[in-house]
Ligand binder design. Structure first.
Ligand code: TK8
Length: 350
């Protein structure tokens, strides 16, 4: 074969080969491995107010594990505990501004955004956690979540903070009269503030992260929270008396920034939603087990524990009734009726 013909053939052949090889991604110009369909690489910040040991912290770690697994590692969930990113209100505002992707506050401080969440601050609504699950996961709870997007928030699931009990450093609270004159820290929530005022308490609303030091310095006499929170925040070190009032059931709500949510593919939204629900179920169960253990642990750690009888609960309900009537009008009497109807329906099924 003439030399020039051979050179021409080679000069045509090599680029052709290179083009073919490049096309199937075998060398430098290879196409990047296409990301799993509809899932982008993302780094998301998730912050909560309680510590890592609390069931809420364990639930957030479970959420992280599920999401990172289901996205094939393309999502990285940076978790922040103990109000490292701020308290419930501050983190909720950060979500609205798109500065943080996830937080899981109590519904109580959310009343400044969606006032109707305040119906969950009515005392003595639920008798047990299953009633709370049925109402929160049912039509009423879902109706309230639908009020969040207009405020820049997406609510994906309810987790459990739980039944709140009173601690203080002054004396046991075994009767309604025992509340009188106590300075109690409350959440930043009007229903709590005014219900405690009706009982003769001097309420001091403040962020959760300030509570331990306020108790330690005796700025306030007491506070009220579920048993797992009381133990995991070591309130027994600065509080002598624990009164099992179970006066309010507080939900947590799993919130996502709408600015973030609107960037997601349908596939990513499903992964996020399913993980929030699955981790929520895990957290609820863990919280219930922990509350039982915490009661025994707090007794062993020296807290003086007393019951709060059904008769005294009835008296408290009577005294607080004008406050509930006022807020029923403010939140919508239909909504309040729906809550009690849904509770009674669950009770009727037992
Ligand atoms: C933690 C709070 C806390 C709540 C409170 O972020 O503020 O007392 O019960 O658990 O949401």
């Amino acid at each position: 074969m003439k030399k020039w013909v051979k050179n021409l053939a080679v000069s045509l052949l090599i680029p052709g080969l290179l083009f073919m090889v490049a096309g199937c991604g075998l060398i430098g110009t290879a196409q990047p491995a296409s990301p799993a369909k509809g899932i982008q690489v993302r780094m998301i910040k998730a912050g909560i107010g309680l510590n890592e040991d609390h069931p809420q912290g364990q639930g957030l770690k479970k959420f992280k594990e599920i999401v990172e697994r289901k996205t094939g590692g393309k999502w990285k969930v940076q978790t922040y505990f103990s109000a490292q990113l701020g308290d419930d209100l501050k983190m909720t505002e950060a979500l609205k501004g798109g500065l943080q992707e996830i937080t899981i506050p109590s519904t109580s401080p959310l009343v400044g955004t969606v006032k109707e969440f305040g119906i969950f601050d009515f005392p003595f609504v639920f008798n047990d956690p299953k009633e709370a699950d049925a109402v929160l996961d049912g039509p009423l709870g879902q109706k309230l979540l639908q009020k969040l997007p207009q405020h820049g928030l997406i609510g994906l699931a309810y987790w459990e903070n739980g039944f709140r009990n009173l601690t203080n450093s002054k004396h046991p609270v075994a009767t309604v009269a025992d509340f009188r004159g106590l300075k109690i820290r409350t959440m930043q929530n009007e229903v709590h503030i005014n219900a405690f005022k009706a009982l003769g308490v001097n309420p001091t609303p403040m962020a959760f992260s300030e509570v331990f030091s306020a108790l330690e310095s005796k700025t306030v006499d007491g506070q009220e929270n579920p048993l797992a929170t009381i133990e995991s925040n070591k309130f027994n070190e600065v509080q002598k008396y624990l009164s099992l009032t179970n006066h309010v059931y507080t939900p947590f709500v799993f919130l996502v920034s709408k600015k973030f949510w609107d960037q997601l593919s349908d596939e990513e939204k499903k992964i996020l939603t399913d993980a929030a629900i699955e981790a929520g179920k895990y957290e609820r169960e863990l919280n219930r087990q922990q509350n039982k253990k915490s009661l025994e642990n707090l007794k062993r750690k020296g807290m003086q524990v007393n019951e709060f009888s059904p008769e005294e609960k009835k008296k408290a309900q009577e005294i607080i009734k004008p406050v509930i009537d006022k807020y029923s009008k403010e939140f919508g009497e239909d909504l309040v009726k729906q809550m009690y109807d849904e509770v009674n329906k669950v009770r009727g099924q037992k």
